[in-house]
Unconditional design. Sequence first.
Length: 279
Amino acid sequence: MPEDSDKYPTESGRRRFVKGVVGSATLASVGTGAAAAVGSATSATGAGGGLTQFFAIENTDGPAPRGMPLIPIEVQGGELVGLFPDNIEDGVAQMQIAGQTYSSAWFQYCGVQTYAGVQPGTDQDNTFRAASGAPYAWMEDIEAGTPLTVDMFSDYEEWSNGIGRGGMGKPAMASWRSQDVSPQETLVAQVLRSERIQELREDPPEGANGDFIRAVTTEDGFIAWLNKCTHFCCVPGFKSIAGSAAFGAEDRVYCQCHQSVYNPFSIVQGQFVALPRPE
Ligand code: FES
């Protein structure tokens, strides 16, 4: 499968199909864990690619073909940590979360499939760490690589940077599973703490799998995702660019490359063709 087949959806019918699946399949409504990662396999051209069911923050506008994949997050000793599956099967790492399959194949797009951090069985640190060059003033004094902690987000209920409404949540740019790898292989993630995530946990949309939502977020309102735009692989941001207001995205995750918009308060299920990892 050539990489471009994922990055450049060429046929509009396919895009409508994929978006239709995402839009109509909010959690619980599609399949079970057993149906996930269909087609994952090892082939002559690589490992662990194929049709993959995944969960994401929803893509709501722009040319991106689907949402950005969730990274299940939890708090360990006050630090924010992403879960990475540990059971290697069919060429990918997998684990069950509330009846759904979480697979390392969720991250196999945009070249990320070649990064050390997504290789099954790789012993990497799962702590979310401050990214360098983050577009948020509150992170300027935090040295890149510093573990992100719950304390850093204590003002999340009123935090504002002048973009959109205050009190929507406090974001950070993070690196994940990328200690001691080249900068080009850094897995870029976004972490967000918001009351809206707490509300989503307490009152999930009708038909959604509330147990799954609660398992991949934290009770104090944290959510995380791989921050690679599914269009042409830019790094978007939540409240990171004032110009996002022109596209109605000032309280959303906005990709300035071609104006794709993602809603971090909507967790949806979709499917895509994961690219195989080089062997
Ligand atoms: S919208 Fe094109 S790369 Fe994000």
